[in-house]
Structure formats: structure tokens, C-alpha cells
Write a new protein. Sequence first.
Length: 149
Amino acid sequence: MNLEELNRLFQRDLDKLKQEIELYSEESDLWVVKEGISNSAGNLALHLVGNLKFFIGHDLGGVVYHRNREREFGAKGEPREGLLTEILEVKEILEKALLNLHPKRLDDMSLHAFFGHPMTIGFFLIHLYGHFNYHLGQINYHRRLVSGS
């Protein structure tokens, strides 16, 4: 795995997240939860930011961060500008953490074992990228569903 390439992918898709949040014509629509959908786009964006700040920024980059999953899924009506600021902040955190990570560390064991077995840092980074894009797709769908376009 090439950490520079992985960083480019995360940066590209964080830009896409920013674009999705900006495309909501009504700021309040970011927080709408329609029937059959569990989370609003605002909550998913907070979740993605919190997830990356913790698992990459904190664990791998040494950034002091205390995750607040209750806020990620419970916040309602926070300003769009705040979400955009958090996205820009996580872009910087990820770039520093990934580009300063020694490639040999990719084979080290991750601090986390979510799937019932230990995993390497490299495996976990790929998982985090997939997780990010899963929720990014949900945000895109949410925006089109709520706005009708």
C-alpha cells in the first residue's frame, strides 16, 4: 500500500463530502430523517469526521481527540459552516497522519479488532476508506431523496 496514494484518495473523497454538504439547497435538510433512513446527512458527516479523527488522527497521528459518538448520531440542526470547517480540519489531520506514518507500520497490528480477529494497520486503513465511502454514498442518496434532485 502506498500511503501517498491512500492520502490522495481520502483527500479527494473528503472534498466530495464537502461538496455534498454544500449542495443541500436548504441547510435544514442536512438534518432531515426520512422514513426508512436511520441517519441524516449531518449526522453521517459528523460520524465520518469523528471516525477519521479518532482512528487515523488520534491512533496513528498522535492528535489529541476525544470521540463523541453521542454527538455524531444525536446532534440536530448544527450549522452547515461548522460541518464544513470540521471536514477541512480532518483533511489536514489525515494528510499529516498518513504522510508521516512510516510504511513499515502498515504491517504492525492495529489497536482495534472489530471483526473478531486482529488486523494490521494497513488492513484497517483500507477498511476505514471503504467505511467512509459507504457513508458518503448514503449522504449522496439522502441529498437526492430530500431535495428531489
